[in-house]
Design a protein around this ligand. Structure first.
Ligand code: SAM
Length: 265
């Protein structure tokens, strides 16, 4: 299936899905030559590779708890010829990073899943030098992210929404700000990023892309033949309604959260 998923250049589907968001995090992280960078929940590593390109003479550590993601990350990084990226298979919440090691910590949608967020951000803070920068991309609330409700609405209207937790756990600045402050960060800012997510060049590609995602696939699999066919048609109609000459896009909103480790200057 993955070979048929929408891609942009050599990017994986997830990278293609987020391609309109990519420059926002890269600009916010403002990685510079020589920087030592920590990418938290780096997945298959696109943001770690971006950081490596922005930090000649520096060093990037991507940490993720998923071995298959890191296998893919290592392969893509070798293919890109980037030698300054190292991947660490660990839980970022508890891994013992070298203290004070990094100048920048960044993450694209990799910091919302900690079992104990205060402990996790305190652990990240210990890995940073005083004055180090933090740049995170996190989803805003589900009601600002059309893709969340749209797929569920098309595939299983009336189904109980799955627990919001997880992906949206840092959507509320009133939660995220004290969490980061408690870990020792200051100068915490939230920037509203309104960029849509991409599902492919046309409605047919987009149907395949959406059904490669776990929740939509499970919603469809839970239905019998006729109901499943109707649900499939509703999904296709939904995606057709979002088809543009540039491809199929659904509205999305995320935050870029930036902060500095230590007391305000
Ligand atoms: C939505 S994916 C984002 C991946 C990547 N940042 C990207 O944008 O391509 C979330 C990632 O965070 C990782 N993750 C979640 N909790 C983690 C933890 N406690 N420690 C390390 N990685 C974690 C997952 O394994 C997954 O790869």
């Amino acid at each position: 299936v993955s070979a048929r998923l929408p891609r942009i250049g050599d990017d994986d589907f997830y990278d293609a899905e987020l391609h309109r968001l990519r420059p926002h995090l890269r600009a916010a992280a403002a990685v510079r030559p020589g920087d030592r960078v920590l990418d938290i929940g780096c997945g298959t590593g696109q943001t770690a590779r971006d950081a490596a390109r922005d930090a000649p003479g520096g060093h990037v550590a991507g940490v993720d708890r998923s071995a298959p993601m890191l296998r893919r990350a290592r392969r893509l990084t070798r293919r890109a010829g980037l030698r300054s990226v190292r991947y660490v298979h660990a839980d970022a919440q508890r891994h013992r990073f070298p203290p004070g090691r990094f100048d920048v910590a960044l993450s694209r949608f990799g910091v919302m899943f900690f079992a104990d967020p205060p402990a996790a951000f305190a652990n990240v803070a210990r890995a940073l030098r005083p004055g180090a920068r933090l740049a995170l991309m996190v989803w805003q609330a589900p009601e600002h992210n059309a893709w969340v409700a749209a797929f569920r609405g098309a595939l299983a209207p009336g189904a109980t929404p799955s627990a919001a937790g997880g992906a949206f756990s840092l959507a509320d600045p009133a939660v995220t700000r004290p969490l980061l402050a408690g870990a020792g960060f200051s100068g915490i800012t939230f920037t509203d990023v309104r960029e849509p997510v991409y599902y492919g060049p046309d409605r047919d590609a987009a149907v395949g892309a959406v059904l490669s995602l776990r929740e939509p696939r499970d919603l469809l699999a839970a239905q019998d033949g006729r109901a499943a066919r109707r649900a499939g048609r509703r999904l296709r109609d939904l995606l057709a309604a979002h088809e543009t000459p540039g491809g199929v896009f659904l509205d999305a909103r995320s935050w870029i959260v930036t902060a500095t480790l230590g007391p305000p200057a």
